[in-house]
Design a binder for this molecule. Structure first.
Ligand code: NAD
Length: 481
């Protein structure tokens, strides 16, 4: 018996109007169906946008303190649901249960930051007197906003977008990724439990190519906050232009970790393993290119391969598991194809399965290390989005920075060094939204902007103050009298 999950529209749980549905599979156990979810279409979307538009009129006028109270209650029920939600994330995404707890905890920390930051945010706009006039900037909510999230952090990314949108007085239509609809629908239940008015938060499941596309094109949607691939982000930017819909696009990366010969090699190795293989490498800020200073390259690679070979790959619910499966058949095929292509182009497979086996139980790929990767190779440039580290060697800091910047992406980056001047030079010259020194590429704090440059992002970053700014219009008020 398969459980069927509904959309959450206007405060009601509804089946799609067509009755169409799709099944969600556990990536650790192929063909084990976790649930049946609605395949929503244009008429369901119209219903959700209408519900959100009707709710907007009253929601935007609610005092900020009341919105804060409701978001505070949401965070309380999220915390109470921590165990249940972490289990759902592991079941449908495949990441280890520890990683799922870390994701929920990250959403709680970020949510609490936004909850408190909102008071300071509104206090910036205060009145100023000028020539008999009083002036101020009034922040107005944008209206109904669309939130589209990826499957790799199915609940944290949606919270990072949705809570600032709600705190600033917008109403939300949310579309989870098709691989992780369960976490999305579960989050909708938490908004209901927290007592949000009907229509303020709506959630529909369905395919990106139809439902996601419709959401971006919908004339009733005033802003879209999207996290996903650069390829889809580009198409969203084009479609959003039709109604001049505001976009916040958090996209792909090909993040480099540079290890200098003066670095603490153990710390650098931990950083490579953590940022390379957490979430099975399916992390926008994961390390995918490891740039090694020639004098330490051989010893570093030997230690890395040893670590990879000792990692336990398996079902994420098992406490002994270090790395879970990749999220589904599409990733499984794409990652294996990328490894084969790298080998065909001349890269050496230093760790990982040889030949790549068809895992009968789940979509498991062992931590993989590719040596002798050069900028001519696809593995150097394309985001593999799996547990694969591509290694290049360099002779000088300038060469390392040139290699790191040789990418259309510019999301995250890191250097390990004990030299202050090396660190300074890297910070000034790296083309990336996040620059870490002796900290792995995936590290972030909620008060810091989270977003990429070049083709890793467009629009203001999430988190920090800009995470709230994205969701407001600024009205310049001049008052005489
Ligand atoms: P994806 O682009 O395939 O899908 C992301 C979301 O967009 C999903 O909900 C999907 O259903 C939807 N979608 C797909 N086609 C669409 C369309 N035509 N119109 C509107 N929506 C559509 O990405 P993914 O495979 O879910 O996630 C992996 C990607 O996300 C990687 O490239 C990763 O780097 C990126 N990512 C970036 C960040 C960041 O903050 N920069 C964070 C996490 C993931």
């Amino acid at each position: 018996m398969i459980d069927t999950f509904s959309n959450f529209i206007g405060g009601c749980w509804k089946a799609s109007l067509s009755g169409a549905a799709f099944d969600n599979e556990n990536p650790a156990h192929r063909r084990r169906v976790l649930g049946r979810f609605q395949s929503s279409a244009a008429d369901d979307l119209d219903d959700a946008v209408d519900a959100a538009a009707s709710a907007f009129a009253a929601w935007r006028r609610r005092p900020v303190a009341e919105r804060q109270q409701l978001v505070g209650e949401f965070l309380r029920v999220l915390d109470l649901s921590r165990h249940e939600l972490a289990r759902i994330v592991t079941l449908e995404n495949g990441k280890t249960i520890r990683e799922s707890y870390a994701e929920v905890d990250s959403a709680l920390v970020e949510g609490s930051h936004h909850l408190h930051q909102i008071s300071a945010f509104y206090s910036h706009t205060g009145p100023a007197a000028s020539g008999g006039m009083t002036t101020w900037v009034q922040y107005e909510p944008v209206g109904v906003v669309g939130v589209i999230s990826p499957w790799n952090f199915p609940m944290n990314v949606m919270c990072r977008k949705t809570l600032p949108a709600l705190l600033t007085g917008n109403t939300v239509v949310f579309k989870p990724a098709s691989f992780t609809p369960w976490s999305g629908v579960f989050m909708a239940g938490l908004f209901e439990r927290a007592g949000f008015p009907r229509g303020v938060f709506n959630c529909l499941t369905g395919a990106g190519s139809s439902l996601g596309d419709g959401l971006v094109r919908h004339p009733g949607i005033r802003a879209v906050s999207f996290t996903g691939s650069t390829a889809v982000g580009r198409t969203i930017q084009v479609k959003a232009a039709e109604h001049l819909t505001r976009t916040q696009l958090e996209l792909g990366g090909k993040n480099a970790l540079i290890v200098m010969d003066d670095a603490d090699q153990h710390a650098a190795l931990d950083a490579a393993v953590t940022a390379g293989f957490s979430n099975a490498g399916q992390w926008c800020t994961s390390t995918s290119r490891l740039l090694l200073h020639r004098p330490i390259a051989a010893s570093f690679v030997a230690a890395l391969v040893d670590r990879c070979e000792r990692m336990v790959v398996g079902d994420g619910l098992d406490e002994a598991t270090d790395m879970g499966p990749v999220a589904g058949p599409k990733q499984f095929d794409a990652v294996r194809a990328a490894i084969r292509l790298a080998q065909a182009e001349g890269a050496r497979l230093l760790a990982g399965a040889v030949p790549l086996p068809d895992s009968p139980e789940g979509y498991f790929i062992r931590p993989t290390v590719l040596g002798d990767v050069t900028p001519r190779m696809t593995a150097f440039h394309e985001e593999i989005f799996g547990p694969v580290l591509s290694i290049c060697e360099f002779g000088s800091l300038n060469e390392a920075i040139e290699l790191a910047n040789d990418s259309m992406y510019g999301l995250s980056s890191a250097i390990f060094t004990t030299s202050l001047s090396t660190a300074r030079s890297y910070i000034d010259n790296i083309d990336a939204g996040l620059a870490h020194v002796n900290v792995h590429t995936g590290y972030k704090e909620p008060w810091m902007p989270f977003g990429g440059v070049k083709q890793s992002g467009c629009g203001v970053p999430e988190n920090s103050e800009t995470g709230l700014e994205f969701f407001v219009d600024r009205k310049a008020v001049y008052l005489r009298g």
